[in-house]
Write a new protein. Structure first.
Length: 234
């Protein structure tokens, strides 16, 4: 394949992943890539240094404001704030916006960690701190490093990716004492049943691993579980 037939990457994520292939044009040197990753890490470390304690709330960007899940996420964000915690989301619309809006209702710190995508996902208007990342792996590090618990509403591939990333980190003891709450029994029960009947029954995970995530519906209970991974913020 000639250089003329290679496609120009639309994001730096695509460039760093595909630059070694014959299909994607290399637009940066390895030194330039490493420097950009370093600067992105540094920005996250500096801007989030004082955001503590905090809870991450994940969920679909496609949840409309008139959906019951939106109102529930807003209430959960508010109760997280009232418990003395910041709320961290992916910074976009839908469920993320609702949780940030709830944090704003409570006067708590509202954080959005957005991601550069080919189709722009702008930050929602309820953020005190908004950072746009180019690299998914840097963004995911910030989610876990600056939170002490995870609340997961119904969502798609991105939500599932973030959920299993954290569950893997908890299982391997990279993220100690990091509660995970799955909101919506109807939505998550099929996945949980599959994990029980296949992963657990076939010995691919342990009983302790299976208990990492908790199914929950009640807003106050969701918040109590999610906030149990750290000391009382006082």
């Amino acid at each position: 394949m000639t250089s003329e037939s290679k496609r120009i990457p639309t994001t730096l994520d695509e460039e760093i992943i595909g630059s070694g292939s014959l299909a994607v044009e290399s637009t940066q040197s390895e030194t330039e890539r490493l420097d950009r990753v370093r600067r992105e890490l540094l920005e996250g470390f500096e801007r989030l240094a004082d955001v503590s304690p905090a809870i991450c709330v994940f969920g679909s960007a496609r949840t409309p404001p008139d959906h019951p899940e939106y109102e529930l996420a807003r209430r959960v964000g508010r109760e997280i704030g009232e418990a003395g915690f910041a709320t961290i989301t992916g910074g976009g619309p839908g469920t993320m916006e609702a949780a940030n809006r709830g944090a704003r209702d409570a006067g708590a710190t509202s954080v959005g960690l957005n991601i550069e995508l080919p189709e722009e996902q702008g930050p929602n208007p309820y953020l005190d701190i908004a950072i746009t990342f180019r690299y998914f792996f840097v963004r995911k590090l910030m989610f876990v490093r600056y939170s002490t618990g995870l609340v997961v509403f119904p969502g798609g591939f991105g939500t599932l990716d973030e959920l299993f990333e954290v569950m893997t980190l908890v299982q391997t003891r990279k993220a100690i004492d990091h509660p995970v709450v799955l909101v919506g029994r109807d939505y998550w029960s099929g996945l949980v049943d599959w994990m029980r009947s296949r992963l657990l029954a076939e010995g691919r995970i342990s009983a302790e691993d299976f208990e990492i995530a908790t199914l929950c519906e009640d807003p106050s209970e969701i918040v109590a579980i999610a906030c149990s991974g750290t000391v009382d913020p006082g």
